[in-house]
Design a protein around this ligand. Structure first.
Ligand SMILES: C[S@@+](CC[C@H](N)C(=O)[O-])C[C@H]1O[C@@H](n2cnc3c(N)ncnc32)[C@H](O)[C@@H]1O
Length: 270
């Protein structure tokens, strides 16, 4: 990929996450708690560990860890979105946490020294990384020998309702300026597992079915597709809504449970 298209992709990507940050905090964070639990539960965190939370968003993984790491430990949350980082920092300040830090950082060029982390975590962020091969190299570089790596990524649309919803809605929007990014982009994580291995991290995938609910179709639409379809012409937006509703919602005024096969990539630096 040339640097112009990489830059265009990054600007596009950052713009979406900035716009969605408030909705994410209010409507997404509590629904993704089981995913965060799954990442943290697999990471074997110990007091004193130095942890990197890559694509931290509103900081849900990092904030949960800060209290178990103790005075000797620390957690750093990196993200490309300033608005996500602002929310995460505000939460850390409100909790008076002193062993946590949020800073701008991109998975493809992690602003940290070699072997500086015991643990690297990436909860639902790798699917949006434009150059995952470079990100795998960077994770391998900053993780110390014996260090742990845990990521969560969604499975394919036929096993994961959130991906079905967002891919169906996204089919009505212009394609992203870069290929290979989006909620289902790591449905087959084997290429990334190979890239991790080249970077010295041996990893395997553990699937787990996790769920969340919405009270009705409109509220799910606003949260899961509101930002990405906002710039569509009203008639196209209506077509997109109808397509998702017909596919996924029997009674638009009633609730629906989303069943999401969640793939946890669990690895160790050799
Ligand atoms: C779905 S959110 C996940 C947030 C949080 N980890 C969670 O589990 O709720 C994806 C996050 O990845 C970030 N992101 C996307 N591409 C990134 C990249 N190349 N490097 C770092 N973060 C990135 C986005 O800005 C966004 O905050």
């Amino acid at each position: 990929m040339n640097s112009d298209s990489d830059n265009e992709g990054l600007v596009w990507q950052t713009g979406i996450w900035d716009k969605i940050s408030d909705v994410y905090q209010e409507e997404v964070d509590h629904r993704f708690v089981p995913v965060v639990d799954g990442v943290i539960g697999r990471a074997q965190i110990k007091a004193g560990d130095h942890v990197l939370d890559l694509g931290t968003g509103t900081g849900s993984v990092a904030l949960r860890l800060a209290s178990v790491l103790g005075d000797e430990g620390r957690v750093v949350g990196h993200d490309i979105s300033q608005d996500m980082l602002r929310i995460a920092t505000q939460k850390a300040n409100e909790l008076h946490l002193t062993n946590i830090e949020f800073q701008e950082g991109r998975a493809e060029s992690i602003p940290a020294e070699d072997s500086s982390f015991d643990v690297v975590l990436a909860s639902l962020s790798l699917m949006y990384v434009i150059d995952r091969g470079t990100a795998a190299r960077e994770i391998g570089r900053v993780l110390r020998t014996g260090g742990r790596f845990v990521a969560a990524v969604w499975a394919a649309a036929n096993e994961c309702d959130i991906v079905l919803f967002q891919q169906t809605a996204g089919g009505f929007a212009p394609p992203p300026p870069v290929p290979g990014v989006g909620p289902g982009a790591m449905a087959d994580p084997s290429e990334f597992i190979g890239q991790l291995l080249t970077s010295g991290i041996q990893a395997q995938v553990e699937g787990q079915l996790l769920s969340f609910e919405f009270d009705d179709f409109e509220s799910a639409w606003d949260v899961l597709a509101g930002v990405t379809t906002a710039s569509l012409a009203p008639d196209i937006q209506e077509q997109a809504k109808n397509a998702v509703r017909n596919l996924m919602w029997n009674d638009a005024a009633g609730p629906r449970s989303f069943q999401n096969n969640t793939q946890f990539i669990v690895g160790r630096a050799q």
